[in-house]
Design a protein around this ligand. Structure first.
Ligand code: 8YV
Length: 322
């Protein structure tokens, strides 16, 4: 290749990352931050050497098969890559990389935030105060559920699941049980108690937190039956991906009192959130904030840039997933 590689970035990134992209590449940055439509993405596939998408871009087989495609690497900004058809990328010889590790702690912090918020009814409490409806302290007002010492069930015991386990067991003396078909034998030494089935985790847990990737196998993993297998009075926390939960079944379970509440950072049809959820007081709803700190978003961007720099420098990108 002659000259600097052309890199199309689909959304605004923190300015230190955009500066670095401009220094290293012929960077086509998205100054408006408006998502690129299908035609613009196809144009990028034809005109650029690399694409830096985010969770809001669907990198489909059609896109990867764009006639005259020039893009050779898709360096996604995020650890999850369910928005990218990795099988099609492999087929077309397009390299795909992600940004693991750097967002583990912040995402774990957010899972704990949701857990505390929903158990202690803090969203509800804040709404009351802001509405000017707080009439004064009462011994029986807005009683929540204790967190300390309870059982936390983790579905997925990878980097983020383990970071949540450390916070829960260390900070809140919680008993942690987990299920992860892909965890190696070494995972047992990282704490918590392993369970062979998801149902065993659900039956034992006061709080269930999801930390598995979104794959065809995990789509609607939390369906009506699994929600019914949770303890009455238990809470569901989701910082993974919306489609791991059957949102319609969740709404029903919450409405009928099958479970006590939910803390959700991700949704099946983002940014749309079901009207029923919006109307419920026993759910906490956040706009996909898992990795949203200044520090982490810069680190994610740098990791995406490192992957591009390695690829165009002729070495193996550290975070290759396809
Ligand atoms: C990001 C995430 O906000 O990394 C992920 O998988 O869900 C979040 O950290 C998002 O993916 C940005 O593309």
């Amino acid at each position: 290749m002659t000259g600097r590689p052309t890199v199309v970035v689909t959304r605004r990134l923190p300015s230190p990352v955009e500066d670095r992209l401009r220094t290293l590449f012929d960077a086509r940055l998205n100054t408006t931050d408006a998502p690129l439509d299908e035609a613009a993405l196809a144009g990028a596939m034809r005109d650029a050497d690399a694409l830096v998408p985010t969770v809001t871009d669907r990198i489909t087989a059609t896109l990867l098969g764009t006639p005259g495609r020039r893009v050779r690497i898709v360096s996604t900004f995020g650890v999850g890559f369910n928005n990218i058809d990795v099988a099609a990328a492999r087929e077309h010889g397009v390299v795909v990389t992600n940004t693991p590790d750097v967002l583990t702690d912040d995402t774990a912090d957010l899972a704990i935030t949701l857990l505390l918020m929903v158990a202690r009814r803090t969203g509800e409490g804040e709404r009351l105060v802001r509405a000017g409806d707080w009439t004064g302290w009462r011994p029986t007002q807005m009683l929540g559920t204790r967190v300390t010492g309870k059982t936390l069930g983790l579905i997925g015991f990878g980097r983020i699941g383990r970071a949540v386990a450390a916070r829960a067991s260390g900070g809140f003396r919680m008993r942690v049980v987990w299920h992860d078909p892909f965890a190696g034998d070494d995972a047992a030494s990282l704490g918590g108690e392993r369970r062979i089935s998801i149902e065993a985790v659900l039956q034992e847990s006061d709080f269930v937190s999801l930390h598995c990737p979104a794959t065809p196998e995990t789509r609607h993993l939390m369906n009506a039956d699994r929600l019914a297998a949770m303890r009455p009075g238990a809470f569901l926390i989701n910082t993974a991906r919306g489609d791991v939960v059957d949102e319609t079944a969740l709404v029903r379970a919450l409405r009928e009192g099958t479970i006590a509440g939910a803390g959700l950072d991700v949704f099946e049809r983002e940014p749309a959130v079901s009207r029923e959820l919006l109307a419920m007081d026993n759910v906490v709803l956040l706009p996909h904030l898992g990795s949203a700190t200044e520090e982490t978003r810069v680190a994610m961007g740098n990791r995406a840039v490192d992957n591009l720099a390695a690829f165009f420098g002729g070495s193996a990108p550290r975070d290759r997933v396809a």
